[in-house]
Design a protein around this ligand. Structure first.
Ligand code: 5AD
Ligand code: SF4
Length: 438
């Protein structure tokens, strides 16, 4: 999400006459886009600000800015800190950046952290940065209305709003025509995407409708999306996915915990049974669909039994992949106000390690089952580590990374690869045919 936002920021700046600097030493404006989701994300930003401050000491005219969730959360405190920040801009105020940069350059306090009920940056065509020319992120909605007890996002990114579907389809078509072969539609809870004109009797577009519109651009365009919420994942979406081969067979479905009592404390609004039912539905419609998840270890009041429920749910589902975190208390959240962060650091670490060890085993086992199978792989580029000769890397529809040797495959090609070896993170295979060469 921040990556996509940074591309919007770059576009706004370029439209207003700014140019990217070759390196940080020659930049007149240095900004960091920030995340507040866990304390360690914020600590990394404080470290980065020390580096910026040392540059500003040498060149006092440099303008230093903090964007995104930390800007929203800390507001003026960032300017008042000893880090020499000149500019603080929240996630809904990026259109104001050119004016704010000028104000900061003139020595004024430049802060805009107003949240909006409407802003979706729909008309801004993001500048694709650091791109492989194959995959692009497209933001389809902003904010979140869910109020999970542990989460700071609703406070830093504001209320949920959906972007005009035609601007989304146009952006996807534009990147496809420029040679991209994959778009990832982004939102905090894509299942609750809903666009209406607001007038009675007029059309409504749901997420299932939107994804079909994007999938119909071309069968050569892969469509991904993130993140789904288990409480809202609908059969309608699964049916649309099953109908279109170019909608990728992968769902990222954060479970957070395998214990119903814990899920209730987290305010997730589903139970363990509901989650398992959704996974069954996914596999019922698409037996080859991969499922990945997010898990939090050591949320407030977590008992050993609740932790074991998480481990047993992981075994039941056999996730292909998981992002796993220790609970980190965030100021202002429901959990910070109403619960005690009472699981000790030592126990959080122990539980997280148990979760990671189990997931490593599950990931390795599920990759092992792929040996001998043939996958359609979208080539992304050359692999960092060569196996032999020219080694290329790409992904399956299920989002598994595949490396293979080929002299001819180019980024953006679809190839068929038969898997010969598997580790917990990567599949290695042999190129069968380069479909784009037939
Ligand atoms: N502590 C730890 N992990 C968190 N997440 C969100 N808030 C917190 C927190 N306070 C995790 C959730 C979410 C992912 C993006 O980050 O698992 O799905
Ligand atoms: Fe945070 Fe929950 Fe919204 Fe996800 S759905 S961003 S975890 S409040």
């Amino acid at each position: 999400m921040n990556f996509a936002d940074t591309e919007v920021v770059a576009s706004i700046l370029v439209r207003n006459g700014f140019e990217p600097a070759g390196d940080i030493e020659s930049a007149d404006l240095i900004m960091v886009n920030t995340c507040s989701i866990r304390d360690n994300a914020e600590q990394r930003v404080w470290g980065r600000l020390d580096l910026f401050r040392s540059i500003k000491r040498k060149r006092p005219s440099v303008v230093i800015g903090v964007l995104g969730c930390m800007a929203e959360r800390l507001k003026e405190q960032l300017i008042e800190s000893d880090k020499k920040v000149d500019l603080v801009v929240g996630p809904d105020a990026y259109r104001d950046l050119p004016a704010l940069v000028t104000a900061a350059g003139d020595g004024h306090k430049a802060v805009n952290v107003l949240l909006s009920r409407e802003e979706t940056y729909a008309d801004i065509n993001p500048v694709r940065m650091d791109s492989n020319g194959v995959s692009a992120f497209i933001s389809i909605m902003r904010g979140c209305n869910n109020m999970c007890a542990y989460c700071v996002v609703p406070y830093t990114r504001g209320a949920e709003r959906s972007r005009d579907p035609y601007s989304i389809v146009n952006e996807a078509r534009d990147v496809f025509e420029r040679g991209y072969r994959e778009v990832t539609l982004l939102g905090q809870n894509v299942d609750s995407y809903l666009w209406t004109t607001g007038k009675e009797g007029e059309m409504k577009v749901t997420f299932a409708g939107l994804i079909e519109m994007v999938a119909l651009i071309s069968p050569q365009l892969r469509v991904r999306f993130s993140t789904n919420h288990p409480k809202d994942l609908s059969d309608d979406l699964l049916k649309v996915m099953a109908l279109h081969k170019n909608i990728c067979r992968h769902i990222h479905l954060p479970v957070q915990s395998g214990s119903s009592s814990m899920l209730q404390r987290m305010n997730r609004k589903y139970s363990r049974e509901w989650y398992l039912d959704r996974v069954r539905a996914i596999r019922g419609y698409m037996p080859d669909c991969t499922v990945s998840t997010d898990i939090i270890a050591g949320f407030c009041g977590e008992t050993e039994e609740e932790h074991h429920d998480t481990l047993s749910l992981m075994k039941d589902v056999e996730f292909d992949f998981a992002y796993m975190f220790k609970y980190s208390e965030r100021p202002g959240t429901k959990a910070e106000r109403h619960f005690t962060d009472d699981v000790t650091e030592e126990v959080k670490t122990k539980r997280l390690n148990e979760i990671i060890d189990l997931q490593n085993k599950l990931s390795a086992a599920c990759k092992k089952k792929d040996i001998g199978k043939t996958f359609e792989v979208l080539v992304e580029g050359e692999a960092k580590k060569a196996i032999a000769g020219r080694t290329m890397t790409g992904r399956t529809s299920g989002n598994k990374v595949v490396v293979f040797e080929s002299e001819s495959a180019k980024p953006g090609d679809y190839v068929l690869v038969t898997i010969e070896k598997a580790t917990s993170a990567t599949l290695t295979g042999k190129l069968l045919i380069n479909k784009d060469k037939r």
